[in-house]
Design a protein around this ligand. Structure first.
Ligand code: BG6
Length: 480
């Protein structure tokens, strides 16, 4: 059981709170992971009575939580711990009201979860300080993206750092809470087998893809200012890259792990000048079909500018300039409204040094995050019958089957629990966020300088053709 605390969710009526945070807290509550004295307070501008908020929460949670896991009695008790407080996070006076509402801490820690736009992070932190709510026991959780550039991220980090110590700050990237992503660390650092081949002599290239069929849903306003690069590449994909490329940390603890990750981010070769044209592709979906349904072009989505040139797809060829990875391309891509939902990391090994049998002989390690969580190793074998005809077969590790779990933990459950336990191993440290922006900024600037408009791709396709050429011109292709 975790510490007794008040969990305050700013942005309490938003999608993140209703679709992810409340269901995660419900599961933790149901599994008795939360202290009996916990209070969850949703904060937002809308004037709502507590009962109306509980109805809103229930409506969303019933959709998000599997029917078998939704226990009416547990939900009733969970609701008794849940409250709503209407306030404007931009108004200092409202924090005085909030302090009075919360009362004396009386041994309760306070956790502030900022599920809001990043432009509210600094005002909220400052107002908490002025209202005397930022005591040394408090923790603050910041959702990505932190800022929209290195400059803005540094300003946010600095201002937050003036109120909270770094040990109190939890910068969340929910990809780090995914089971398979953590398994990647187990795979690498708990098995002696892979280490000798996890390097440039043996690895031909690495692919990291996060493809979604979803569009921008109700988040057009935010997304149109962010785009795929700020929304996904700067954080989720770079974090995955770090876990693939980092050196083994000396201990599995927050500083050691994050020290190794930041070294990788700093070793990323900057993409500047002509490389922006040659090594990046940005795209935007036009109308198309997904699962038999017609979907509109991006610029017709709700709250999106009609002449928007925001990218909904980005592909990049990155390079980690260090001893282990010299010369190994890392291809990253992410996009919305693509043909199928699938996220994976592919480690493509080099062919055998001397070919004895005809037919491509390549090993490939696949770490699949979505839709299923599995790890598989492609090996070459002889197909039955006369003659040496080779076939690839997969050694398959289906994690759900192996462990026979009834319910998979959602990333937010694990990460919220880590916040409650004060463990920041799976959270981004300030220098990590800034190093990631330092690599992203020149790409964004390069696009702007060269007026590099996004290439159109049909919704329901695999992204713009140019993203394929990124690999095919080097004799490679995206895993499908
Ligand atoms: C979020 C992005 O961080 O991750 C969304 O803001 C994206 O645009 C989502 O859809 C993808 O997460 P997941 O866990 O569904 O792969």
């Amino acid at each position: 059981m975790t510490i007794p605390c008040d969990i305050l969710v700013f942005g309490g009526t938003g999608d993140l709170a209703l679709h992810k945070l409340l269901p995660a807290l419900y599961h933790l509550y149901r599994e008795a992971r939360l202290h009996n004295a916990v209070r969850i307070i949703a904060l937002a501008r809308r004037t709502l009575h507590r009962d109306d908020y509980l109805k809103l929460a229930e409506r969303h949670c019933r959709v998000q939580i599997a029917r078998d896991d939704f226990d009416e009695e547990v939900w009733r008790r969970f609701c008794a711990r849940l409250d709503y407080f209407a306030m404007d996070a931009a108004q200092s006076a409202d924090f005085g009201r909030l302090a009075r509402y919360l009362g004396e801490p009386g041994g309760l820690s306070r956790i502030y979860y900022l599920a809001t736009a990043p432009n509210l992070f600094v005002p909220i932190a400052n107002h908490l300080r002025i209202a005397g709510l930022a005591d040394p026991e408090a923790r603050i959780v910041l959702e990505k993206p932190i800022g929209h550039s290195l400059e803005s991220a540094t300003a946010i980090n600095q201002a937050i750092g003036a109120v909270f110590d770094e040990s109190q700050v939890f910068r969340i990237d929910h990809y780090l809470g995914k089971e398979t992503v953590q398994n990647l660390m187990a795979l690498r650092f708990a098995n002696a087998l892979l280490e000798p081949v996890w390097r440039n002599g043996q690895v031909d290239h690495v692919q990291i893809s996060v493809c979604e069929t979803l569009g921008v849903e109700n988040r057009g306003g935010y997304y149109d200012r962010a785009g795929a690069t700020r929304d996904m590449l700067q954080n989720h994909l770079l974090q995955l890259l770090c876990l693939v490329a980092m050196e083994p940390p000396a201990q599995f603890e927050a500083e050691a792990v994050r020290d190794e990750k930041v070294k990788i981010l700093r070793a990323l070769k900057p993409i500047t000048g002509q490389d922006v044209q040659d090594k990046t592709v940005r795209g935007q979906y036009s109308a198309g079909h997904i699962g038999g349904q017609e979907v509109p072009a991006y610029y017709f989505e709700k709250d999106v500018d009609n002449d928007s040139d925001t990218e909904t797809f980005v592909a990049v060829q990155a390079q980690v300039d260090n001893w282990r990875w010299a010369g190994v391309p890392f291809y990253l891509r992410t996009g919305k409204r693509m043909a199928r939902r699938s996220s994976q990391i592919v480690i493509q090994f080099k062919p055998v040094p001397h070919e004895l049998f005809s037919g491509g002989q390549v090993n490939q390690l696949l770490i699949q995050l979505q839709p299923d969580e599995r790890i598989s190793l492609r090996m070459m074998t002889k197909s039955p019958g006369k003659g040496m005809r080779l076939e690839p077969v997969e050694l398959n590790l289906n994690l759900a089957q192996v462990f026979g779990q009834t319910r998979r933990w959602e990333a937010y459950e694990r990460l919220l629990l880590d916040v409650l336990e004060g463990d920041s191993t799976l959270f981004m440290r300030r220098d990590e966020v800034e190093a990631a922006w330092a690599w992203i900024d020149p790409i964004l600037n390069g696009w702007e300088e060269h007026f590099q408009a996004p290439r159109p791709y049909h919704a329901g396709s695999n992204g713009p053709e140019q993203a394929n050429s990124l690999l095919t011109r080097q004799g490679r292709h995206w895993y499908s």
